[in-house]
Design a protein around this ligand. Structure first.
Ligand code: IMP
Length: 199
């Protein structure tokens, strides 16, 4: 079984990867490791930057052997906000202490009568450290949907309570994790990664 270093401290993402990549042994990013910079303009740039940063740090400081590094850059892109918060999703409204408040601020930014269409995007970067872990690659997944009128539900993390996937009448915050995993951006990116690796 491939041992994969996850270049993230986001507990919501970690929980999802554990469910979405059952055939891999996931090694968490250590508490003593630095924050990984993400200064790119695109999800793909940031995913690669995090994976390469994690690989370099692990080669110098890692305490166990891993076969590859996996980094996720993802976010919510709202059409009426010119695709924002997009790559800045993790940094949006950081002056507010809870996601409930950040979600409300995002909803309040929508001009009255504006289209509510939005999508979640996830880009994964895979960087092997050993010879058995395939090729360095990026894969992506997206799920179309719209912003709910108010936050609903407490499942998931981040913007889940305000995102209604296309065709559903429940937000990601209301759907059980197993249902989110049938259609989410991260699930689709993980499926693409597994296909690429033949895993
Ligand atoms: P980053 O990939 O570290 O830049 O952070 C992505 C941010 O986008 C997260 O901190 C969340 O705010 C948001 N996000 C990404 N994926 C999801 C998701 O599946 N549900 C809810 N929010 C998400």
């Amino acid at each position: 079984m491939l041992r994969v270093l996850l270049a993230s401290r986001n507990v919501g993402k970690l929980r999802e990867f554990a469910a979405l990549l059952p055939g891999f042994t996931l090694v968490p990013w250590p508490a003593e490791a630095p924050e990984l910079p993400e200064t790119g303009a695109f999800f793909q740039d940031n995913a690669l930057q995090k994976a390469e940063g994690a690989r370099a740090w692990w080669l110098a400081h890692g305490t166990e052997s891993v076969d590859a590094v996996l980094a996720d850059d993802s976010g919510l892109c709202v059409d009426a906000l010119w695709g924002g918060p997009g790559v800045l999703s993790a940094r949006f409204a950081q002056d507010l202490s809870s996601y409930a408040e950040r979600n409300q601020r995002l909803l309040d930014l929508l001009p009255e009568g504006a289209a509510r269409t939005a999508r979640f995007v996830c880009v994964l970067a895979w960087v092997p450290l050993g010879g058995t872990a395939g090729e360095r690659c990026t894969v992506s997944g997206a799920v179309e949907g719209s912003l709910a009128l108010a936050h609903r539900g407490s499942q998931g993390f981040g913007y889940d309570p305000i995102f209604l996937p296309e065709g559903a009448d429940q937000t990601f915050g209301e759907l059980a994790a197993a249902s989110k995993h049938t259609l989410s951006h991260r699930a689709r990116a993980c499926a693409a990664l597994r296909a690429k690796l033949g895993a």
